[in-house]
Design a protein around this ligand. Structure first.
Ligand code: 6GU
Length: 242
């Protein structure tokens, strides 16, 4: 799978791309991540400016339509398979595990990171990207959201996790919409806090029953909305796939 990230700050991704799971997935050829600096598509050479003030007034600066549209088209043409285009914005469809699972079926995703007050509306009108948000709060730009999407998607790709079962066991995954049960490792006792006896019993049926009950209680207590009888579809924008 290939990601193309369009950003004004490609260096934000440096540490993330070279650490641990993602680095391994890249080295093993399971995922490729290309960053593209939007400034490389600026028209005026000395300052490489890609933003301007909004018509009608108001605070902040907008990313301009011409460099953005040219950049996205050029990047799209860099390989044969067209990219699924995603623009990161707090106004987008909220990311959840179902959307991550859907994204993981793509061969190629382009992530467009906004800064400042966002993009000129014509970027959206012309390119018609899917719009995705990672939650109801405001970030300084789309880069951290793009990393969140890459992180959530890459671990779903076959061969990335050591144990193929482990992403299915996660909270919110296809096989499990409950919160996870508590887990313990050595020592058996620390500062008077002990491991539940059932986990030391060797009785696998009893352990499975205890874990299911713990998951259920935790889900009812913290996230009643996740229970099947309460599940409401996530809000989806009309221009977006489900
Ligand atoms: Cl995708 N971008 C920005 N700037 N802020 C956000 C977001 C995205 N998702 C939540 N907040």
């Amino acid at each position: 799978m290939r990601f193309d990230v369009v950003t004004l700050f490609p260096a934000i991704f440096d540490g993330y791309l070279t650490q641990s799971l993602l680095d391994k997935a890249i080295v093993r050829g399971l995922v490729e991540i290309q960053r593209h600096n939007l400034r490389d598509w600026a028209e005026d050479t000395p300052h490489r400016k890609v933003d301007d003030r909004p018509f009608g007034g108001g605070p902040g600066m907008l990313l301009q339509v011409e460099p953005t549209v040219t950049c996205v088209r050029d990047v799209d043409a860099m390989c044969d398979v067209p990219a699924r285009k995603i623009l990161l914005t707090p106004q987008g469809r909220r990311l959840d595990q179902r959307l991550a699972e859907d994204l993981a079926t793509s061969d190629r995703i382009m992530l467009m990171c906004g800064r400042y007050e966002g993009f000129d509306q014509r970027v959206l009108d012309i390119l018609q990207p899917e719009e995705i948000s990672i939650g109801d709060f405001v970030l300084n730009g789309g880069e951290v959201a793009a990393m969140t999407i890459i992180d959530a998607v890459v671990r779903l790709l076959p061969g990335v996790l050591g144990d193929e079962q482990s992403s299915l066991d996660d909270s919110f995954s296809r096989g499990n919409r409950m919160l996870e049960f508590p887990q313990y490792t050595r020592p058996r006792e620390f500062e008077g806090h002990t491991v539940p006896d059932v986990l030391l019993s060797g009785d696998h049926a009893a352990i499975a029953k205890w874990r299911a009950e713990q998951s259920r209680v935790k889900t009812i207590d913290r996230r009643r909305d996740l229970l099947p009888e309460n599940s409401k579809p996530n809000h989806e924008h009309p221009n977006q796939r489900s």
